[in-house]
Design a binder for this molecule. Structure first.
Ligand SMILES: [Zn+2]
Length: 505
């Protein structure tokens, strides 16, 4: 009898354990983009790439979900390609990098809005407005209430400039970053119209779903955000990629005739490395795998099924988009190439999954990304760098910057928390946002220790996944986890006071 009771009890206990295990493991999978997809806007796009003229024709059908608390009468879209047009007031490149970007001489790009209409094929009133033709405003026939949907259609034509830029074509790749009309973020009672700056990544958007079909010549290999579900070969030497992506905040494409692809898996994510000029491509793929695995462990698992790392013609070191990063083919040494891969992949966590206004608070993703890159090297010292070396490098290069620029300009503005247009020079932006941003997180790590540091970042990642975080949200995540008041620490750093203090010592 006792034996029978014991067996029954054991069975119940096993069942309880299994139930608890099931609950815990299903919580662990809670960061699933497919779970939130139905609550987001969806961009359905048909694109046709004309390789002779470097023109992209597009039809966008937007299913807009009003996730604001306001009844909306109009929608605003950013028209980033118009920053590349002739006589634009927006700067897409600094003077120092102009020749490298426009290696064939100056070239222009743009986006032309051809037609805007509704489901019944009625034309909708629209205006290409903003400070510099950077915004499309569409008047809705019927206003859309909170939590309701509306559907609009936009036909557009994109001219791609001959430029080694995130939007442009070079000798090996066609880079389509920020190429389509993308919704502005509605915040504080108005649409946040973005303006293009040569410093930083002046982009800001909400997580959305994408269903994209693109027709292009057979000779090209394409890498993009999301997953390719189908590849339709046509008789006319062209093919169509059918691509979907759920809960991503942008959609980018890179095409090349010369790509070779290497792939492997980290956890649930397939990692693919596209290159044309890399002699160490197997090693580069390993760097990608190691970086993703490091960040998975430190911050929380990457929630998307695919990620592509793409060698590209690009004037700067690298550029991040959801599920895809560009790494310049013009990086002078292999260790810097590794650094760039680790940096751009860290952005998948900070910018990609956890979004932020990159114009207003560039440090929020860049500072955290630089700190994450240093953590990658600390965890993979076989690549010849570690945290101490990177801290020393940051401090000494900052001192050189301060001496040189201090002598030239007299006073340097050491504020980290500034919007892009308020940085006077490219070096000032770099040293404040990247270098001081990194040191701010690294010093905090030293103060609170690894356990609390990584617990805070895990909480921040989980709480703001697929959302937009503000500086106070990041500080709040640290305070909630550490039970310490860190407001003063952060504001002193962000307002540049730590540097002033250092100056006086
Ligand atoms: Zn970055």
């Amino acid at each position: 009898m006792k034996k029978l009771l014991f067996r029954k009890l054991a069975k119940v206990l096993i069942l309880c354990f299994l139930l608890i295990f099931f609950v815990i493991s299903s919580f662990g999978c809670s960061l699933n983009p497919n779970h939130i997809a139905k609550n987001l806007s969806t961009y359905n796009m048909n694109l046709v790439f004309d390789e002779t003229n470097f023109i992209l024709n597009g039809n966008l059908q937007l299913n807009f979900k009003n996730n604001t608390e306001t009844i909306l009468n109009n929608l605003h879209f950013n028209l980033y390609p118009n920053a590349f047009r002739e006589n634009s007031n927006q700067k897409v490149i600094s003077l120092a990098n102009k020749d490298k970007c426009y290696y064939n001489g100056i070239s222009y790009g743009s986006i032309k809005i051809e037609k805007v209409y509704d489901q019944q094929n009625n034309d909708l009133n629209y205006e290409v407005a903003g400070e510099d033709e950077n915004i499309l405003i569409v008047e809705l026939k019927n206003s859309v209430a909170p939590q309701n949907n509306t559907q609009i259609f936009i036909n557009f034509e994109v001219t791609i400039p001959n430029a080694n830029h995130r939007f442009g074509y070079g000798e090996n790749t066609v880079n389509l970053g920020n190429f389509f009309p993308i919704l502005c973020v509605y915040e504080n009672g108005c649409w946040q119209d973005m303006f293009y700056y040569s410093n930083g990544d002046p982009f800001y958007s909400e997580a959305s779903n994408f269903k994209v079909e693109i027709e292009y010549p057979n000779s090209y290999i394409l890498a993009s955000t999301g997953q390719e579900n189908d590849l339709i070969k046509k008789d006319d030497g062209k093919k169509i990629s059918v691509i979907t992506a759920n809960a991503v905040r942008d959609f980018a494409i890179v095409m090349s005739k010369n790509f070779s692809i290497l792939s492997d898996k980290v956890g649930k994510t397939t990692v693919s490395y596209y290159s044309y000029n890399d002699e160490n491509k197997q090693e580069s793929l390993q760097v990608c795998l190691n970086a993703i695995s490091t960040y998975n462990n430190l911050f929380g698992e990457y929630p998307y099924p695919e990620i592509k790392i793409v060698e590209a013609n690009f004037v700067h070191g690298g550029m991040e988009y959801p599920n895809i990063v560009l790494i310049s083919d013009d990086i002078p040494d292999y260790q810097s190439y590794i650094y760039c891969i680790a940096h751009e992949l860290a952005h998948q966590w900070w910018y990609g999954v956890v979004g932020n206004n990159q114009t207003e608070y560039a440090w929020l993703d860049e500072g955290l990304t630089e700190y994450s890159t240093a953590l990658f090297f600390e965890n993979h010292q076989e690549y010849g760098l570690n945290m101490d070396m990177l801290v020393e490098r940051a401090n000494s290069s900052y001192n050189v910057f301060q001496t040189i620029y201090g002598n030239v300009l007299g006073n340097i503005d050491t504020t980290i928390n500034r919007s892009l247009e308020k940085f006077n020079t490219e070096p000032e932006y770099f040293y404040m946002v990247y270098v001081q941003g990194f040191l701010m997180f690294q010093t905090l790590n030293e103060m609170i220790g690894d356990k609390l540091m990584f617990a805070s970042l895990k909480n921040y990642f989980e709480d703001y996944a697929f959302k937009i975080a503000k500086p106070e949200d990041l500080i709040g995540s640290f305070e909630k986890t550490t039970h310490a008041n860190l407001e003063t620490y952060f504001t002193n750093y962000l307002n540049g006071k730590v540097i002033e203090f250092k100056d006086k010592v």
